[in-house]
Design a protein around this ligand. Structure first.
Ligand code: GUN
Length: 294
């Protein structure tokens, strides 16, 4: 059996179109153009590509986008000052500090400094807390993109055993929390596996849904996947001049019922969900400024 391919490019394009229509309507009603500001520190080529893709998606969907490109030697104090200025700028709705940051910078301190209302990555403890309690302000972009792919592919998540490989703050942990909530593409029974997990392959084999976010090329092999399972590959690893996921795509697609490709799976969805959060941020901040002005 060969797995159905879950086409993230196509699903993301549909979502971006929907969001663009909502942006146009919001703009007509409020006179406000949602504005995302990205901050890129240093010259990491992969980060530069990600940020460029995010900016292109913004302009295509009718958002305003600004890039602050800072040198690799930027100090903690300089970056902190920029973030605080952006927090206080009423024309800015979303702030995205692209990770990773250079080693002289305390990443957590910078992310903590982004005002929760403009935290469109959903990295701030306040936003993570709201999400875990099931009353989200924003949803973290990559896990939310995965949920949208599960919905688009008709995957039954309620009651399924979902195994999340990886416990990162950006993907693994929030993914597991979102799958266990009540709601669409949720109500799953969730196992989180990580580098210290005993019999990871055995647990993975029990999964109805595998979410691979472990950051190791081709980590998930065919013998780790139950026949008919749905496999979502969040990994983007550079091997030579190729991009390779965390899943050994060819052999696993002979066992799984549905699978995401790399590239063209989860990646485009992250950007679409970032646009959604930025529109939400613009709505929240515009409403608040209207109330404050009364
Ligand atoms: N670096 C890799 N993924 C992400 C992401 O989703 N957001 C930010 N800000 N940086 C990243």
């Amino acid at each position: 059996m060969s797995a159905r391919i879950i086409d993230g490019k196509q699903v993301a394009a549909q979502l971006r179109e929907q969001i663009a229509a909502e942006v146009a309507q919001f703009q007509a009603e409020s006179g406000v153009t949602p504005h995302l500001v990205a901050v890129l520190v240093g010259g990491d080529p992969a980060s530069a590509v990600y940020v460029r893709n995010k900016q292109n998606a913004c302009s295509k969907a009718g958002f305003r986008s600004t890039l602050h490109k800072l040198p690799a030697e930027t100090t903690q104090a300089e970056l902190l000052k920029l973030v605080l200025d952006l927090n206080n700028d009423p024309d800015v709705h979303g702030i995205l500090v692209q990770l990773p940051l250079p080693e002289q910078i305390n990443e957590q301190a910078i992310l903590d400094a982004v005002t929760p209302l403009k935290d469109v990555d959903c990295f701030h403890a306040e936003n993570v807390g709201l999400m875990v309690q099931g009353r989200p302000r924003y949803l973290p972009c990559t896990p939310h993109g995965v949920q949208q792919l599960l919905i688009a592919s008709g995957t039954v998540v309620a009651g399924a055993h979902a195994v999340v490989l990886g416990r990162s703050e950006i993907v693994g942990k929030p993914m597991a929390m979102m799958l266990v909530q009540r709601g669409a593409a949720a109500n799953a029974t969730v196992t989180i596996c990580h580098s210290k997990t005993k019999d990871l392959a055995g647990l993975c084999r029990q999964a109805d849904i595998v979410i691979a976010a472990i950051g190791q090329p081709k980590f998930v092999t065919a013998d780790m996947v139950k026949p008919g399972a749905v496999v979502i590959d969040v990994g983007i690893n550079r091997v030579g001049d190729q991009l390779v996921g965390d899943v050994d795509y060819g052999p696993v697609s002979e066992v799984a019922s549905a699978i995401t490709p790399v590239p063209g799976g989860v990646g485009p969805m992250t950007i679409a969900m970032l646009l959604k959060n930025t529109l939400t941020a613009a709505r929240i901040l515009t409403k608040m400024s209207g109330i404050a002005g009364r």
